[in-house]
Structures are given as C-alpha cells and as structure tokens.
Design a protein around this ligand. Structure first.
Ligand code: BTN
Length: 261
C-alpha cells in the first residue's frame, strides 16, 4: 500500500488550496488520463499516481515511473492567457518543483532549459505541458505534468538511464517524504502558475539555470553556442560560432562538452 494518499498530502496543504486531488495507485500516464477526462474536470483538478506504466516525457520519450519511488502529478487549468504566455507554464512549474524540493528535502536542484531538474549532472525530474487552444488562439486548457524521482528503484535504473537519471535520495529509509513534497509542490505551483503572466518565477528560473553563461550544444542540430540571456518569454538568447546573437524558441540543450550529435 502506498503512503501517497489524498489524506496524507492534504495534511500539508493550506485550507485555501485551489487544488482538488485524485490520487491513484497506478495509471498509464497521469497526463494521458487527465487529457481523456478533462471535459468533465474543473480547473484545479490534480491527478497523482504512485506508479505509471507508460509515463511520458517531452519529445515522445518515456518517463520511467516505478512504484513508491516518485511523484507523478498532472494539474488541469483553464487560464485566461495567450498561447505565447502559455509557454511559461513549463518553466514556472520547473521553478515550483525546485523550490518545493529545496524547502522539503533541503536539496538544491538546477534547471536545464527548458524543463529538466538536475542534481549533480543527472536528471531528477521534468515537466510535460500539454495545452489545447481556442479558435482565437488563446489557451483553452492546459495540463501541466510533473515527474520527480524521489527514491531510487529497488532494482536500479534501467541500463538506458544509467548515468542519466538519478533520484533525490540514495535510499528509502525513513518516513516517506512524498506527501509533504507533493503538497509543497502544489502550493508553489499555485503561487507561481496562477498569476503566470506576472512572471514571478523568472528571477529564480535564471538563478537556477545551468545553461546561462555556458557553452551548450543545441538539440536537435548539434550546434555549439554560448547562452547569453534568458528573456522574459524564457527563450534563449545565444551567440553562435559566427558571433551572431540569435533567439532559440524550442528544442533542448546538452551541457556535455564531449557531446557529438
Ligand atoms: C520530461 O522530462 O521530458 C518530462 C517528464 C514529465 C513526466 C511527468 S510524470 C506526470 C506526468 N505524466 C506523464 O506521463 N508525464 C508527466
């Protein structure tokens, strides 16, 4: 039986929390299930699972989600924001997750543009945001999915994730911290995502950025650039090999000096 129950999480939530929780033992993917049922769900609905059998990441990747190890959460919102502002949900959620981890676990994680939560060079979490648009091009609904590797899987990570993924803690001894971490995450998400266009998260996003001021490899493509700035739309302003400043809207970065595409 998982310790991750609605009652255990709610103990740590403020009385005026805007979220309504649905906690499951096992789902295919919280984002997929929420997408399928979103018509019947109100804004502020949250789906949490102890385990996912087909957790999804960005770029059609899988997100390994074994039982009793992590937080797998999807939040549904129907915000009054433009499609451009909607792109800020991912970085805002990354900051919310980083701040919740620091507050509850005392661990400082960095953010690798745009959505990777990193600890000692390995990925401990990520964000998958999926939205639908109105005919006028505004956001109709958005599902913000957050996955955090809290404890290591008993059998270790699959070989394809070795050296790439890690968990916040090295073992599972002690009280299960996930209900507390989950509540802190939801509270930070409410603080940062509900007033999204104010950009409250931007300073912290830049402070935790692992790419700002660094030479990185842009993916896909493999071009090496220096990241000069992260603008208020959370795009990268990079200087390329010819010395020209360019704006990067999408894709991802590799920090590995030896990376060859
Ligand atoms: C990434 O790192 O590329 C994003 C990972 C997002 C994983 C979370 S876990 C909860 C939600 N449900 C999913 O299937 N994916 C997201």
């Amino acid at each position: 039986m998982s310790h991750l129950t609605a009652a255990a999480i709610s103990r740590y939530l403020p009385a005026d929390s805007p979220w309504s929780l649905d906690v499951r033992e096992c789902v295919e993917s919280t984002n997929t299930l929420m997408k399928a049922t979103s018509q019947e769900l109100p804004t502020g609905a949250v789906l949490i699972a102890d385990r996912q059998t087909a957790g999804r990441g960005r770029m059609t990747r899988a997100f390994f989600s074994p039982p009793r190890c992590g937080l797998y959460i999807s939040m549904l919102l129907r915000p009054q924001v433009s499609a451009a502002e909607g792109l800020l949900f991912t970085p805002a959620a990354a900051v919310a997750a980083a701040e919740a981890i620091e507050e509850v676990c005392g661990i400082s994680v960095g953010i690798k543009w745009v959505n990777d939560l990193m600890l000692n060079g390995r990925k401990v979490g990520g964000i998958l945001t999926e939205s639908t648009l109105t005919e006028e091009g505004k956001i109709a609904s958005v599902i913000v999915g957050i996955g955090i590797n809290v404890y290591p899987p008993r059998e270790g990570y699959p070989s394809e994730l070795e050296g790439i993924a890690a968990s916040l803690f090295a073992d599972t001894s002690g009280e299960d911290i996930r209900p507390h971490l989950c509540a802190a995450l939801l509270t930070r998400c409410a603080d940062l995502m509900l007033p999204l266009p104010e950009g409250r998260f931007l300073g912290e996003y830049r402070r935790r950025s692992l790419v700002l001021g660094r030479c990185v490899t842009l993916l896909p493509g493999g071009e090496q650039v220096v990241v000069e700035e992260i603008d208020d739309a959370c795009r990268l302003i990079v200087r390329d090999g010819a010395g020209t400043l360019r704006t990067v809207f999408s894709g991802e970065c590799s920090l590995r000096a030896d990376f060859r595409p």
